[in-house]
Design a binder for this molecule. Structure first.
Ligand code: HEM
Length: 344
């Protein structure tokens, strides 16, 4: 349930607001579903083999291994709807003065005179913001539930910090960020421990290069093995353990420790443009959920807790495999606080 809630209400609706300017409370579930389905088809069309061996995408649909191409027609029709519908709704909202400032309004202002030529490009850019930003942030966030079930001491320390700094009368805000070093460290550890793009996104060399004596020809696919970098025991002691304290020293963030954001968001000129947005989204959602709720193990009818393993899927995006858990409100005012925050 909470997964659906977060997909629909939190990350996706804020992304639709930033990208299209559609006010978060007005955004229908339809746009979230349309764009999420398009996102899933993009991820599937980038299956592990086709990602590393791009020529596989040229296999005709009737050949063994070309099965995904048969799905292409359906994906294309669905993608066109996902490109058109939120774009049209945003333009309608803009014409009524009901839209917020957004990437779309910025692009239209800048390119207004050439809109007819550029409309398709603008639709593509805007939908990419959603595709690239939704699953990545949601799946990183969902790893939190797995992490705190496996490490209840992490949840306790985070909640102690939240109780001291925020208190039970309100929910955390972004302005609390400098006063919540452990929550900041927890977000860094999430980006490190469960790196959603284990091989980033394939890059290609435009010219021949050399790295430590290795010749890299022009035009070859280059992958950044960010999972390995972020689980290197030379950089992080016990890298498989979830331990936010590794980023702290004397109660503050220790800038001497390699920041996972340096590789988790890719590198070079195609580095993730949403990285600051993602880190802030993760901060506010991690802080809010741990402040309002405790994540506890699900139990069976005999009271035996369900096991929780950190098992992940393979593919372009790595997702924590499903596991069971429960959440409990931490104090009486939680419901009212959440209701008020949704109304704001
Ligand atoms: C935890 C969350 C996120 C992670 C781990 C992540 C990671 C990445 C990575 C590894 C890349 C490929 C970079 C490269 O090619 O070197 C990328 C690209 C991209 N990301 Fe993110 N991202 C996240 C959230 C977001 C958000 C919230 C947005 C939008 C608000 C976003 C927008 C984009 C876009 C548009 C690209 C394509 C950039 C290009 O090809 O030039 N990402 N992201």
């Amino acid at each position: 349930m909470i997964v659906t809630l977060f997909r629909a209400r939190s990350f996706c609706k804020s992304l639709l607001n930033v990208a299209y300017g559609l006010p978060a409370r007005d955004v229908g579930q339809r746009f979230v579903t349309l764009l999420s389905d398009m996102d899933a088809s993009v991820t599937e069309s980038f299956g592990p083999a086709a990602m590393i061996l791009p020529w596989l995408r040229r296999i005709p649909s009737w050949c063994p291994g070309g099965g995904w191409q048969r799905k292409l027609g359906g994906w294309q029709r669905m993608s066109q709807k996902a490109l058109d519908e939120p774009f049209n709704a945003a333009q309608d909202a803009m014409s009524r003065g009901a839209a917020d400032p957004s990437i779309l309004s910025h692009l239209l202002d800048r390119d207004g005179t050439e809109l007819e030529v550029k409309e398709d490009a603008i639709k593509g850019v805007i939908s990419t913001v959603f595709i690239a930003g939704a699953d990545t942030t949601v799946e990183t966030f969902l790893a939190l539930f797995c992490a705190v079930l496996r490490h209840p001491e992490v949840q306790k320390r985070a909640q102690d910090e939240l109780d001291t700094v925020v208190g039970a009368d309100r929910l955390p805000q972004l302005s609390d960020k400098p006063s919540l070093p452990y929550i900041n460290a927890l977000v860094k550890e999430l980006l490190r421990w469960h790196n959603v793009f284990p091989l980033c996104i394939p890059h290609s060399t435009t010219q021949e290069d050399e790295y430590r004596g290795w010749r890299i020809p022009s035009g070859v696919t280059v992958l950044i093995n960010s999972w390995n970098i972020l689980h290197d025991p030379k950089t992080y002691c016990d890298p498989e353990e979830f331990d936010p304290a590794r980023f702290l020293k004397d109660g503050k963030l220790n800038t001497d420790v390699f920041d996972p954001a340096t590789v988790a968001f890719g590198a070079g000129r195609r580095i993730c443009p949403g990285r600051h947005f993602a880190e802030d989204s993760l901060f506010i959602n991690v802080a809010s959920v741990l402040h309002a709720f405790s994540v506890v193990p699900a139990v069976d009818e005999r009271g035996v807790p369900a096991p929780v393993e950190h098992e992940v899927t393979t593919g372009l995006i790595s997702v924590v495999k499903p596991f069971k858990y429960s959440i409990r409100p931490r104090f009486a005012a939680v419901e009212a606080l959440i209701r008020n925050s949704i109304m704001d």
